[in-house]
Design a protein around this ligand. Structure first.
Ligand SMILES: Cc1cc2nc3c(=O)[nH]c(=O)nc-3n(C[C@H](O)[C@H](O)[C@H](O)COP(=O)(O)OP(=O)(O)OC[C@H]3O[C@@H](n4cnc5c(N)ncnc54)[C@H](O)[C@@H]3O)c2cc1C
Length: 386
């Protein structure tokens, strides 16, 4: 699966070298405890990988999105889990494209130097779910501050982040011309806010994901922490979603590669009925099919990233990449369990852990149904369904 023509070969090689230090035993132990992979995140940060997208003038490496995709793909291919820190990559666009000079100057050098982390993204709410325009969290201007009230759910990495990008309604839905107006994005300094209007409650999930619920009560956020224009926040979040989809898709391609390599290796060494199981086409074909699915998804990730980097509309390609890659990784996960028979369920093989981890991408950060709905409506021109 590595033919020497891969993009960003040197970066990929360095990521692989770093990941070797974090073998399955490291992840298994954390998984049991539902503990945050701090050492791993620190290592990625010090190596500069998490500041790949920060421009050089702010201390980052100023690399394009496809380099970030290559980094995250390699993390997953190595059997590690980028979910502990991938948000820093995909949220960066909102700050880079829509933040003002003072905000960039204040936060980007410190993020690039690894002094602070931008890992939490507060969009989803228990009451609105996928229907982001119906969020109830509100922010009311009071002098030099906004006073924020509401609740967020599935705010991942909140306990391990210094900054959170928070989406809140600044104008009630009834008072705006379009439902997509009246939402705003704020940078919340979480260490400062904790206990002064911000409370975090961890949610235990089927995999080790450090996700939480956030309760906001009369939290005072300085007005200078508003990103861009008040009321235009949904547009900013949307513009970052293509990057998010492309990066998550790259992770899924990495997961699929891990499952395929693992299954092919096992099928070449496990002997049953005095023959290698990989000699049976009933075992070969699912591995070959998973490989075909992964390669198709990989091409779409590359295409989507190219369009994104050229500044072209890449909504269709970003959504296709996420759909195809999440399906490819999930199919590869299922195939890998099947190829391993009973051992697929044994903790020490890491397959059941990766199986649980990759399942998430059928649901988050956008569920498969919502992608199909986007393609149906915006690409194929079918009637809007919701
Ligand atoms: C582990 C984890 C981490 C997450 N991290 C974050 C995070 O850091 N920040 C953040 O803001 N959010 C995060 N999320 C939230 C995630 O983005 C949402 O779970 C996801 O968008 C789906 O929303 P929901 O769970 O509210 O499902 P719902 O909106 O309640 O939907 C339930 C089901 O119904 C389907 N559905 C709903 N409406 C339609 C429709 N019109 N047509 C067809 N099907 C439909 C959905 O596809 C889904 O399968 C995370 C979620 C999880 C589980």
């Amino acid at each position: 699966m590595r033919d020497g023509t891969e993009s960003f070969a040197e970066i990929r090689e360095s990521v692989r070298a770093l990941c070797v230090e974090f073998p399955g035993s490291y992840w298994r132990e954390l998984d049991r405890e539902r503990a945050y992979p701090k050492t791993f995140v620190d290592a990625l940060t010090s190596a500069g990988f998490l500041s790949a997208l920060i421009p050089e003038e702010y201390g980052g490496s100023g690399l394009p999105l496809s380099a970030a995709a290559a980094i995250l793909e390699e993390v997953q291919t190595a059997g590690c889990n980028g979910a502990a820190c991938h948000a820093q990559m995909y949220m960066m666009g909102t700050l880079l494209r829509h933040g003002n000079g003072a905000q960039k100057q204040k936060y980007l050098p410190a993020i690039a130097a690894g002094k602070i982390r931008l890992q939490a993204f507060g969009v989803t709410e228990p009451g609105s779910g996928t229907d982001t325009l119906s969020i109830a969290t509100s922010a009311r201007r009071e002098g030099a501050h906004y006073v924020v009230n509401g609740q967020k759910i599935w705010t991942s990495r909140a306990e391990h982040s210094d900054l959170m990008l928070l989406l809140a309604r600044t104008t009630p839905k009834e008072q705006v011309n379009k439902r997509s107006e009246g939402l705003s994005v704020f940078i919340v300094e979480m260490r400062e806010a904790l206990g002064k209007g911000l409370a975090i409650r961890p949610i235990r999930t089927m995999m080790n994901h450090a996700t939480t619920e956030i309760f906001v009560e009369n939290l005072r956020v300085p007005a200078e922490n508003l990103i861009g224009e008040e009321g235009q926040g949904f547009r900013y979040i949307l513009s970052g979603m293509n990057a998010e989809r492309i990066l998550i898709a790259a992770e899924c391609v990495g997961d699929a590669k891990w499952f395929i390599e693992k299954a092919a290796a096992y099928a070449k060494e496990r002997s049953v009925f005095s023959r290698l199981i990989g000699q049976n086409q009933g075992v070969q074909f699912p591995i070959a099919r998973a490989y075909a699915q992964m390669r198709a998804a990989e091409l779409m990730v590359t295409e989507a990233a190219k369009r994104y980097e050229r500044g072209e509309d890449c909504g269709e390609e970003a959504n296709l990449a996420k759909l195809l890659a999440a399906d490819a990784s999930w199919a590869a996960a299922d195939m890998c369990v099947q190829t391993h028979g009973g051992f697929g369920f044994a903790e020490e093989y890491d397959i059941e852990r990766k199986f649980r981890e990759t399942r998430l991408y059928q649901v988050a950060p956008v569920s498969t149904n919502l992608i199909l709905s986007y393609l149906a409506e915006h690409v194929l021109g079918l009637p809007r369904s919701y």
